[in-house]
Design a protein around this ligand. Sequence first.
Ligand code: 5GP
Length: 184
Amino acid sequence: MIVISGPSGTGKSTVVRRLLESSPLIVSSVSMTTRKPRGSEIDGKDYFFVTEEEFVRKRDAGEFLEWAVVHGNLYGTLTSFVDEKLAEGKDLLLEIDVQGGLSVKEKRPEALMVFLMPPSWEELEKRLRGRGTDSEKVIIERLRNARSEMEHAERYDKRVINDSVERCVSEIAEIIESRCSDHR
Ligand code: 5GP
């Protein structure tokens, strides 16, 4: 199990997509969320999109390995999904926020924890603004969240700087390879 966290704007999605393309053994966890689907997102592939009632019902039934409120929406990792993929012998990648990552680590101490860092604050702010999809209020909120997320970077096993996607992906692939080959 591999947890990848890092502030929004660090390029997590791109890095995760490239890692998934790099090996058929690596698969992505599909989280459940109460956020509305964006653009081309597909239910069951990008996320399991559910109502708040359904999410709360599952949470109260203890179906989540971890869950958290991120930017005002609920997100959670289903224990059943994780255990199915692990039973198939896959390396399972969880792209989740820091609160969720740390609770996974508590329950599954063997999880490999990778924290993705932006090259600098200036670069992070530039990337968040460059997306052009968020309002100023959302950008400020994300920068504030980024500061508090970065405070937990030290609690992750590895910190990797996303200065160039190629380099960053190959560094993470090497970390996964050296760690996961011990568990196969
Ligand atoms: P987005 O809505 O942009 O897809 O994701 C927003 C944030 O939610 C990202 O930081 C992502 O890592 C986090 N996230 C996505 N799925 C989960 C999950 O299952 N659990 C937790 N704790 N965070 C998640």
